[in-house]
Ligand binder design. Structure first.
Ligand code: NAG
Ligand code: NAG
Ligand code: NAG
Length: 382
């Protein structure tokens, strides 16, 4: 009987998993006390737990002020859950106790991490904008990651950074920062594969989503972007880098009042490739550069304008791309003069000017492929 009871208790524990609230570790949640150490202690106990699916709880109705905190793995359980029901806020710039960090929150080397909840993560970035800011949250070497439900606001720099992650589902997030806040990308992906991104609302001062080098098999579906700089592959090949991106599929996305819609950007002098990319069912409302390939991208000087190499772009499909452009050059395929873009396919593309009576046009340098039912006409595509 005693044995049965023990087994029964054990099953209950396994089923519910161990739960630790940060309050049990001394977190206060008044928005003013530094709760970083309490969070780290709670994390350590979750990470050391041998339960099947231990859970760290950040309870609702409170706001936790955290200095830069890094949650390190590997953890013992195959899945580790973090429930963010309350709010988390960063100190303002002058009060950061660890100014050397390039990021505020970080998860490192934690496989099977599941971060969910309806809480808000506030990067309190106002004082950083225009200075070299910090990322709000970084996931590095966290395979089979799930991130969903949260709201991210006002990051000092990019909101979410996904680096060296193989397998992730990122869904139902809301990411916002003012249109004029610098470098506040929504999600940056690099050196990552098999990433599914869906059902997001992103409005920031920079790219809604950017896919950087050494990334592949990235699906982006049902994203509303605006304001912001659109969804970008790149920039790739900066300062002579060899970068590769392939199998990126962007579908059912809306762009409202953005600088760009769907963009591929590379630097002169870089090498590698960007290929097998598709943009399907894209709706554009008053977008400045709706469809753009820019192989002359360069920021911050050191532009290698005489370079004879560039990242090779091929097999890019635009299908069902509709809406309005603020620039008359609605389609710009500015490919490298030395490395042609090949197999660029457009079909069912119709982009009008926001000004009634003004006609849009397309612009090409060294772009090759085919087009069908496309307006404006793209003469470089047969
Ligand atoms: C991306 O979409 C394709 C086609 O729908 C699917 O086969 C693939 O498994 C998806 N990949 C991810 C990472 O979601
Ligand atoms: C895009 O806009 C259309 C039309 O307004 C709407 O039906 C659809 O739900 C929107 N999609 C997203 C991802 O916001
Ligand atoms: C790219 O295309 C645009 C047209 O949208 C043109 O005005 C611009 O000068 C081109 N850039 C380069 C570097 O060729």
């Amino acid at each position: 009987m005693y044995g049965f009871f023990t087994v029964f208790m054990f099953l209950c524990l396994v089923r519910s998993g161990m739960s630790n609230s940060v309050l049990d570790y001394g977190a206060v949640g008044d928005g003013e006390t530094d709760d970083s150490q309490a969070f780290l202690k709670a994390w350590d106990s979750i990470c050391e737990s041998e339960e099947v699916s231990p859970r760290l709880i950040i309870p609702a109705g409170k706001t936790f002020l955290l200095n830069p905190v890094h949650f390190q793995g590997p953890c013992k359980a195959p899945n580790v859950r973090v429930s963010v029901e309350g709010n988390i806020i960063a100190p303002e710039m002058s009060k950061w106790n660890n100014g050397d960090e390039s990021r505020w929150l970080g998860f490192f080397n934690v496989n099977g991490l599941i971060v969910t909840g309806s809480g808000q993560v506030d990067g309190n970035g106002q004082s950083w904008w225009g200075c070299a800011g910090k990322s709000t949250i970084v996931f590095h070497n966290c395979h089979n990651l799930q991130l969903r439900g949260l709201t991210f606001i006002d990051s000092p720099k990019n909101h979410i950074s996904i680096n060296d992650v193989h397998g992730a589902t990122i869904s139902n997030l809301h990411i916002t920062a003012p249109e004029d806040s610098e470098n506040t990308d929504g999600i940056d992906i690099s050196e990552s594969t098999n990433i599914e991104i869906r059902d997001l609302i992103i409005g920031t001062g920079d790219d809604c989503i950017a896919i950087n080098g050494q990334s592949s098999f990235i699906n982006i579906t049902n994203v509303a972007c605006g304001p912001g700089h659109g969804i970008s592959v790149g920039s790739l090949g900066a300062h002579g880098a060899y970068d590769t991106v392939e199998e990126v599929h962007v579908k059912n996305c809306n762009f409202t009042n953005t600088q760009n819609g769907v963009r591929i950007k590379t630097w002169q002098g870089g090498s590698g490739y960007a290929r097998k990319i598709s943009f399907e069912q894209i709706f554009l409302d008053s977008v400045k550069n709706p469809v753009i390939i820019d192989q002359y991208y360069c920021t911050g000087g050191h532009c290698d304008t005489h370079a004879h190499q560039n990242v090779k772009i091929s097999d890019v499909t635009y299908s069902g791309v509709h809406g309005s452009s603020r620039k008359t050059a609605a389609i710009s395929l500015n490919c490298s003069r030395s490395v042609a873009c090949t197999d660029i396919v457009m079909n069912d593309v119709k982009i009008d000017s926001v000004d009634p009576g003004i006609k849009t046009y397309s612009f090409c340098i060294n772009a090759h492929g085919t087009s069908d039912s496309t307006s404006p006409d793209v003469p470089c595509l047969a």
